[in-house]
Design a protein around this ligand. Structure first.
Ligand code: SAH
Length: 394
């Protein structure tokens, strides 16, 4: 079938020439008749030159470029891109007996805009963020089962909350290939249950793997508070690292119960851990001074959109100020923001303001970001979202 074309206004191809993979609606002069949301389209400059092929979508981002050529987008295309993505994870040494969880595809970072795939053992959890990827889900799932170097038996599709609501695609979360197998995965030798059926994101936050290892390094002999714990990732690393006490807090009762199960899986009958289903703001406000020597603040994205930026920054300042004012002397604070709309500088400024508010002596030990299986395409800086600081508080 002949592909349809999207024609750009004069001069609007500049960012595409620099390999930025998005075409904004304002750049479009006109489109061929009959183009539907999710279609694969060709992008043509005002001079009539083909500049790329991608998925069309209604909204401010109109096309997500899959290839800067007229390449056919079929199962072979996905097979090739997925194999490249896997080869990188193999090079990163993420496929090991003691590590079965990693991100295989990180959207634009793996030259597959609109697609996220996390792997948990033999199961891949596939998430579409664009209608085009939704329509291609079966092709992608099929390609996933034929990779060289990774045996995927089950592919679970989980896009109920990630597709644009207005597209009315009504995706159903379900297995595209295979069925429920085991849902226990391993990260750096630690076990955890992954609830891809009902959990947040693909069931686990694989993006904190490296930062959790750093936390393990700092945990010996410390009393640890893991705020916004979700499935307790940081908590069981802290326990393995020799923390004397670990308190995990999340406002979701379900998250707290998952954390408890995961702690049991790794450290059965260990009395050092306790979990609390409580609001983080309240918990921080009510907690005693000097009760903890290591605090983790890993809140959900306070700013999902740019419009919420001001409130988000206030939120970051508020929780960090609480932590600074209560943490014991010689304490260590791991503080994060996963809001894409908040820049590194803005986040650091919010944390600086919080520190200044309390007058504590604070030093930056490490500046953190997302791990290498969440790569940032150099032409797409928007792919950088996770920011963190490890601070020493005198
Ligand atoms: N640190 C986690 C991921 C955190 S995700 C990990 O390593 O896996 C953010 C978590 O914050 C979610 O589990 C959500 O339930 C929780 N949350 C959101 N608002 C909250 C609030 N006001 N108080 C406490 N927890 C909250």
């Amino acid at each position: 079938m002949e592909l349809k074309n999207i024609y750009l206004k004069r001069g609007k191809e500049d960012s595409l020439r620099r390999y930025h993979p998005w075409v904004f609606s304002g750049a479009i002069h006109h489109i061929d008749e009959g183009i539907e949301e999710g279609d694969v389209v060709r992008v043509i400059t005002a001079e009539g030159e083909l500049i790329g092929t991608g998925h069309f979508q209604i909204g401010s981002i109109s096309v997500r470029i899959l290839d800067f050529s007229d390449r056919t987008i079929d199962q072979n295309f996905y097979a090739e891109r997925l194999q490249e993505a896997l080869n990188l994870r193999i090079a990163l040494k993420l496929l090991r007996e003691d590590n079965t969880a990693f991100r295989l595809v990180h959207g634009e970072g793996d030259f597959l805009p609109g697609l996220v795939i996390d792997v948990y053992g033999n199961t891949a959890v596939l998430q579409a963020h664009s209608p085009g990827m939704h329509y291609h889900r079966k092709m992608i799932a099929e390609a996933l089962t034929h990779l060289d170097g990774l045996e995927i038996k089950n592919v679970y599709y989980k896009s109920e909350t990630t597709l644009p609501f207005k597209a009315q695609l009504d995706p159903v979360n379900d297995y595209i290939i295979g069925k429920f197998d085991t849902n226990i995965a391993r990260e750096n030798g630690l076990l955890f249950y992954v609830d891809w059926l009902k959990g947040q994101k693909t069931g686990f936050f694989v993006d904190q793997r490296y930062n959790r290892s750093l936390l393990e390094h700092y945990s010996a002999g410390r009393r640890v508070l893991n705020m916004f714990c979700y499935t307790g990732g940081f908590s069981f690393y802290a326990m393995r690292g020799g923390a004397t006490l670990v308190h995990s807090v999340d406002s979701s009762a379900k998250a707290v119960s998952l954390t408890e199960q995961n702690v049991q899986l790794n450290f059965p009958t260990d009395a050092r851990h306790k979990a609390f289903a409580e609001d983080a703001f309240k918990f921080l406000e009510n907690m005693e001074k000097d009760a903890y020597d290591l605090i983790i603040l890993d809140p959900p994205a306070f700013a999902k959109h740019r419009s919420a930026l001001k409130n988000a920054l206030r939120g970051y300042q508020r929780i960090n100020a609480q932590a600074f004012s209560k943490i014991a002397h010689g304490g260590i604070l791991f503080t994060f923001s996963c809001s894409q709309a908040v820049t590194k500088e803005q986040f650091r400024l919010a944390v600086f303001s919080a520190a200044a508010q309390t007058g504590r002596k604070v030093r930056i030990l490490h500046q953190l970001t997302q791990p290498a299986d969440h790569p940032i395409n150099i032409y797409h800086p928007e792919g950088e979202y996770l920011k963190g600081l490890i601070l020493y508080v005198e």
